[in-house]
Design a protein around this ligand. Structure first.
Ligand code: FAD
Length: 383
């Protein structure tokens, strides 16, 4: 096994780290309090190539491998999970799905703008009454001549209020996964309304929306893949997406550890730096071990993708372990900071609030365990 990064990967990671230290970290408290990162950050992410990773150059991307992608996601996650999430969705779930399943026309229409950050994408799977059991979604697409009319609602849609294009998963057929079709819907389509989901505990810098569709008309050329393939497309996007979330969680865990370490060395109690107390060192050591283990799971999953081998179970393992690690890491960091950790000016609170949601979205921790359990036993425990 060789865990040595290539020269390109090392340089890319350094570039992402420098960007985070210079343009993200100094602003996170302000963006968190304002409940928004600046919209201008999106083209900046495009300019750096972060929104075009793994997408072919002929469609405006910068190419590259998935291990490189996780290195950038780790750095962004260390800086601000809201920023990491914008990329994970617009590139990871939307652009990659269009690249993998889109027609030539769809690729040429959407990918250059998504990669440059001129456009943003959102991924509309969850509905108010349909979360973990996504195959039971009810937003309808009814055939009307050559067109489809989409009606229903989508909930908790990351990038939803900013996005220019939404992948909307809709029911075109009978119940269950085979009745679902994916549509590429421009968000300025008549009949599409969106409202902000306010009051999020974490990821406050990124826009989250509820979408309402009332007979939104799209042509058959808006179908991504083929009719009835939507659920398969959603699951394959989420398999890769989980690696991206996991990489971001490793970054958050690392950020929490680094802040706790710096504080522990500086803070003096009982006449000594608190870093010298064994119980404090235990928290730091636990976090360091778990963060490293999580990173190795992430790299293994990304490496399997790059090799073209099955990776879904490895992705679920990485997502489960890395996101739960990020929560524990941030919680430990808060403990090391003592009372200061409970004030939003200091890093642990935000790391904790942001990490918590990563165990909920793109499949909760329970759902990851069911996926891993199904792979182990051959028996699905979903229903
Ligand atoms: P439920 O499915 O109702 O689950 C509630 C609880 O029941 C959980 O603990 C769950 O693990 C448990 N549970 C459910 N079924 C089982 C089972 N079979 N066995 C054991 N336990 C079970 N969705 C999108 O489509 N696009 C997005 O961009 C997006 N972004 C999001 C951003 C944020 C900030 C948030 C909070 C959510 C986002 N989501 C998005 C939605 C997210 O993916 C769902 O919230 C998630 O899938 C869980 O669904 P739910 O909230 O309906 O919970």
């Amino acid at each position: 096994m060789d865990f040595t990064l290539t020269e390109e990967q090392t340089a890319l990671r350094a570039m992402a780290a420098e960007f985070v230290d210079r343009e993200i970290t100094p602003n996170v408290v302000e963006w968190d309090r304002a409940e928004s990162v600046p919209r201008e950050l999106v083209p900046r992410l495009g300019e750096l190539g972060f929104l075009g990773m793994t997408i072919d150059e002929e469609y405006g991307g910068v190419g590259g491998d998935h291990v490189s992608y996780t290195l950038v996601m780790e750095e962004l996650g260390r800086g601000d999970s809201s920023v990491r999430g914008l990329v994970s969705v617009s590139l990871g779930l939307v652009a990659k799905s269009i690249a993998a399943h889109g027609t030539e026309e769809q690729r040429r229409r959407w990918l250059p703008g998504l990669c440059s950050g001129e456009l943003m994408g959102c991924f509309g799977l969850t509905e108010p009454d349909t979360g973990s059991d996504a195959a039971s979604l009810s937003l309808k697409a009814v055939r009307d001549g050559d067109d489809y009319l989409l009606s229903g609602s989508k909930m908790f849609i990351t990038n939803g209020t900013w996005a220019d294009v939404a992948i909307i998963f809709a029911r075109t057929g009978g119940p269950g996964p085979k009745g679902i079709t994916a549509f590429l819907v421009p968000t300025d389509s008549p009949g599409l309304e969106r409202t902000t989901v306010n009051g999020k505990l974490g990821l406050r810098g990124q826009p989250t929306a509820q979408l309402f569709l009332d007979e939104v008309r799209v042509g058959a050329d808006a179908i991504l893949g083929e009719e009835g393939q939507g659920f398969r497309i959603a699951m394959s996007a989420l398999d890769k997406g989980r690696v991206s979330v996991a990489a971001g969680a490793v970054g958050a865990a690392r950020g929490a550890l680094e802040s706790a370490l710096a504080h522990a060395k500086e803070r003096v109690q009982f006449g000594r730096p608190i870093a010298s107390f064994q119980l404090v060192q235990e928290m730091l050591a636990d976090t360091a071990v778990e963060t490293d283990a999580a990173r190795l799971l992430v790299w293994r999953a990304a490496d399997l993708i790059d090799r073209g081998e099955p990776f879904a179970t490895a992705a679920s393992m990485a997502k489960l372990y890395a996101t739960e690690t990020a929560v524990r890491a941030a919680n430990n960091a808060m403990q090391v900071f003592g009372g200061y950790g409970y004030i939003d000016e200091y890093p642990p609170g935000k790391y904790l609030r942001d990490a918590r949601v990563t165990t909920l979205y793109e499949g909760t921790s329970q759902i990851q365990k069911l996926i891993i359990g199904r792979a182990l036993t051959g028996v699905s425990a979903f229903v």
